[in-house]
Design a protein around this ligand. Structure first.
Ligand SMILES: Nc1nc2c(c(=O)[nH]1)N[C@H]1C(S)=C(S)[C@@H](COP(=O)(O)O)O[C@H]1N2
Ligand SMILES: [Mo]
Length: 535
């Protein structure tokens, strides 16, 4: 029996990996998208990958970082599949043992995520089983090339005896060459068909599993009217200039940052919030309990600590929710409980100073965003919003627990990954127009952008051209110190290349430093600089 060529052995292993990953997806329609091995193992990668690599991926792939991660994980697993195929060609059990090991990795990944139950092992088990079957079929089973030959290795004894005597072939013709070609075709056809079917099953299942979500439940939510409505947006808050970020960010344009490879689908009917830990009176609330409480509506600008100078990981929305302070007052934190850990259904955590949540600012358990129930990707049904703090220490989406503890006792998700436990938003400003490398016409050019120092408020924005004297920009009105503010400045632009710089000063008198700092560990600093060529 001829041995499987190395190329075919590797191909068999890749097909087995594709079958394993692909067939697991339709099973995950029953058990939830996060139990599929690709997503579960991808989640391990998200949580475990070193920070610089993660930052690199976000820089390179931007909003597609999650898809890139899933594709990358699939390619990596396919490469392991090729190695297992090579191993299986020598000793089938070694290849099968490898598949079993990867199956266990998938099972472990699916079972260790927050909120997992035993059924979440199913997609990996089914996928692993079918992957092993595939490998066997190609290496030792019906799809093995050369198998047709091996099936009739010798003529019947009587015929053989005659043939040896040179008398007759007895009608027995070796059909070795035809069979070989045929078995090779069967191998390739099998590989192609299985890969195609598994890919269709994988993509279809992934799509279906993701669709089986809570959009209908979200649409059925009727938000209560706020007991305390948001202040009117003052006339002129939005300069409505082309390219300038609007004062209120529409939901579909609002930046999204989180570690979730598939958006958690949280049913408001079964949602519970537990407020527990170092409190005198632990509290548990249902979604209806929450909606029954007096609601406050506020404009708050949310910013990500990973926002580079000039970046757009920031947005301003009108949030409807319950003041966190009132709930904490009812729960009664005990002395020393200086940290409130917000915990999401997917296990992600943020740590917020208890004092900040109780100092009277509009820290909310938000259920509404710009007049709608929270969009699912922005945390439906309930998230935290805290004016003045970066999202990673305060804005927990898909919230399910508030645990009172201390900073000494618990590190939230990003802290062991190199980010600061404390994350007040740094005063920042951005030039939105003109765009970098644009070519405005000479004459009066409106330079405009946004500036923010949530909860302190912006006092002044200044612009300078080519390192000249700082010129004070005009600030548009804003709803409160908790939102960003638009600014504009009329520039008498002369032909040639020019450099525009902006800096803001907050109401504490602190002016942005020119010193450039990276986003880690606690937010970027530096002046946003834009180069243009005036025509
Ligand atoms: N459950 C969960 N909540 C989360 C995160 C996360 O990864 N998981 N990321 C936080 C970060 S870093 C930011 S900046 C904000 C972003 O909120 P948005 O996606 O609604 O803009 O959500 C925060 N809440
Ligand atoms: Mo963030």
């Amino acid at each position: 029996m001829s041995t499987l060529s190395r190329r075919r052995a590797a191909l068999a292993g890749v097909v087995a990996a594709v079958v394993a990953l692909g067939t697991a997806e339709p099973v995950a329609v029953l058990t939830g998208p996060r139990s599929a091995p690709l997503v579960a193992v991808g989640g391990l990668v998200v949580d475990g990958v070193p920070e610089p690599l993660k930052q690199f991926a976000i820089d390179v792939f931007g909003a597609y970082d999650k898809i890139a991660l899933l594709v990358g994980t699939a390619l990596l697993l396919a490469a392991f599949g090729a190695l297992l195929g090579l191993a299986a060609a020598r000793r089938l059990v070694v290849g099968l043992a490898g598949i079993a090991a990867f199956t266990m990795l998938g099972v472990a990944a699916a079972l260790t995520r927050a909120g997992a139950d035993a059924f979440d092992a199913l997609p990996s088990l089914v996928g692993g089983g079918l992957g092993a079957l595939t490998l066997w079929a190609f290496v030792a089973g019906p799809l093995r090339p050369g198998r047709g030959v091996a099936a009739q290795p010798t003529p019947p004894p009587a015929v053989a005896a005659l043939a040896r005597e040179g008398e007759t072939s007895g009608g027995w013709e070796p059909v070795r060459h035809d069979d070989d070609a045929e078995s090779r075709r069967r191998f390739l056809r099998g590989a192609g068909l299985l890969t195609g079917a598994a890919t269709v099953a994988g993509l279809g299942g992934h799509w279906l599993a993701g669709r089986r979500g809570v959009s209908a439940a979200r649409e059925a939510v009727t938000l209560p009217a706020p007991a305390t409505p948001a202040p009117q947006v003052p006339a002129g808050a939005d300069l409505s200039l082309p390219r300038l970020a609007p004062y209120v960010t529409p939901n579909r344009e609002f930046y999204r940052i989180d570690t979730a490879l598939v958006v958690p689908q949280v049913d408001p009917a079964t949602w519970r919030l537990r407020i527990h830990g170092r409190v005198r009176n632990p509290i548990e609330l249902s979604f209806d309990d929450l909606l029954a409480r007096p609601m406050v509506e506020r404009y708050v600008t949310l910013a990500c600590v990973s926002n580079e100078v000039g970046g757009d990981l920031i947005g301003n929305a009108r949030w409807l929710g319950v003041p966190i302070k009132e709930l904490l007052d009812e729960a009664g934190p005990v002395d020393g409980a200086d940290q409130v850990v917000g915990r999401a259904v997917d296990g992600w955590t943020c740590g917020t100073p208890t004092s900040v949540l109780r100092d009277g600012r509009d820290a909310l358990l938000a259920v509404g965003m710009n007049g709608e129930p929270l969009p699912i990707q922005h945390g439906f049904p309930v998230r935290m919003v805290v004016p003045g703090l970066y999202g990673y220490v305060s804005a927990c989406k898909w919230l399910t627990e508030l645990e009172l503890t201390s900073f000494a006792d618990f590190d939230a998700y990003w802290v062991p990954r190199g980010w600061s436990a404390q994350g007040p938003v740094k005063t920042q400003s951005r030039i939105d127009t003109p765009r970098p490398r644009s070519r405005p016409a000479a004459g009066t050019v409106t330079v405009a952008g946004v500036a923010w120092a949530q909860h302190r408020g912006i006092a002044r924005v200044e612009v300078r051209v080519d390192g000249g004297a700082w010129q004070e920009a005009t600030l548009a009105p804003a709803v409160s110190a908790d939102t960003w503010v638009q600014w504009s400045w009329r520039w008498d632009a002369t032909p040639g290349e020019h450099t525009l710089e902006v800096r803001a000063t907050d109401t504490t008198g602190e002016t942005q430093t020119e010193q450039r700092a990276p986003v880690a560990p606690d937010g970027a600093t530096g002046w946003h600089t834009v180069r243009v060529t005036v025509a």
